[in-house]
Design a protein around this ligand. Structure first.
Ligand code: ADP
Ligand code: MG
Length: 337
């Protein structure tokens, strides 16, 4: 019989071997041989920064049965993880450069899982011209968890932030809100209709608005943005609180997709506005820049809709108005951490 110490020594050796083969086989190809990543064979990644540039960093951590389910599949899990990180960079107006990956494994993580996970990352990183620069790989217990730290760059002092909205600024939102929430409601195995597929796609494959964020900065259209991650109301409220302003929002101006509108008699549309995970941008625009928005929307081929304005008060709240300008009570703002 092997002594306990020997069993442990063997276990550690195998684990290490395993970890290295995962890194070599699956993670190294994601570095694109960029020298920042040092071929994933050093303790750190490193890169030079320019004097007039600011580095932007953001991290997301997702945990099994809290943020994702095993049955979602490796492709969807990886996509959601990287895309939500990219969306944080988009909301800052920066350009993403590279990311670091925190990876957990257990018996469930087999060759198939790894291949799907990494090809999903590859597809997205190619689209956004980013690469993997390092990370850590650990053995998990029952529950898997994954994390990405993403780095971006922007010209100094140009970052979009939540506290930069001004009294009288107009409020715009990109794309539609609520579709991801409807995707979340659906059961992956029971998807049949075109609309259900559309919602699911919006849930698992949100489009981080990187180009929009960059152009808001470059064309000096906005100084304040946030992405819709926790809920439209919850995220907008962050701007209100940080900028110390009320947001007056017109219900009939909020953009919902055609498939979502079809469900209005079946669902409480307030749920759509607190559901989150759309990863669209809410941003403020000075009145004088209103005309630039139309051009920008055309250029990017996305919808940018005016939904209300900011007003100076002491309450820093959202005033949600119906077609008759009557205030609607907001029952729920969003996902609470
Ligand atoms: P350390 O013991 O210093 O934490 P590791 O043995 O964990 O180093 O990792 C070795 C190398 O592999 C490092 O360059 C690290 O960045 C890289 N690496 C480990 N796990 C991952 C991962 N999940 N994604 C990308 N790179 C990774
Ligand atoms: Mg490590």
């Amino acid at each position: 019989m092997l002594k306990l110490s020997k069993i442990i020594a063997n276990y550690v050796k195998n684990m290490t071997k395993n970890e290295f083969s995962i890194i070599d086989l699956y993670f190294k190809p994601l570095t694109n041989n960029n020298k920042i990543a040092k071929n994933l064979s050093d303790d750190t990644a490193s890169f030079c920064v320019k004097k007039d540039e600011e580095i932007v960093v953001s991290k997301d951590l997702i945990v099994e049965d809290v943020h994702f389910l095993r049955k979602d599949g490796a492709k969807n899990i990886a996509a959601k993880l990287l895309l939500s990180n990219l969306s944080d960079i988009a909301a800052s107006g920066a350009e993403p450069i590279f990311y670091m990956l925190g990876f957990s494994k257990n018996n469930f993580v087999d060759k198939n899982f790894l291949e799907e996970f990494c090809s999903s990352l590859k597809e997205i990183q190619d689209k956004f011209k980013i690469f993997l620069a390092g990370g850590d790989t650990v053995l998990a217990g029952d529950k898997l968890f994954f994390s990405i730290t993403i780095f971006g760059k922007i010209k100094k002092n140009k970052i979009l932030s939540r506290n930069n909205a001004k009294n009288g600024d107009l409020i715009f939102v990109s794309g539609n809100v609520g579709d991801a929430y409807l995707g979340l409601l659906h059961n992956l195995e029971k998807i049949k209709t075109k609309d259900e597929k559309y919602f699911l796609q919006k849930f698992f494959n949100p489009q981080p608005r990187i180009e929009l964020g960059k152009l808001l900065v470059k064309e000096k259209i906005s100084k304040c943005a946030i992405d819709v991650s926790d809920g439209f109301f919850a995220d907008l409220k962050h701007i209100c609180q940080s900028s110390n302003l009320d947001a007056i929002i017109f219900k009939d101006k909020i953009p919902f997709s055609k498939p979502a509108k079809k469900l209005f008699d079946k669902i409480d549309f307030c749920d759509l506005l607190s559901g989150g995970e759309d990863y669209e941008l809410i941003f403020s625009v000075h009145k004088k820049n209103k005309n630039k928005i139309l051009k920008l929307a055309k250029k990017l081929k996305i919808e940018l809709n005016y939904i209300g304005f900011f007003k100076k008060t002491k309450s820093a709240k959202i005033i949600f108005l119906d077609e008759k300008n009557q205030e609607i009570k907001i029952k729920k703002y969003g996902y609470e951490h």
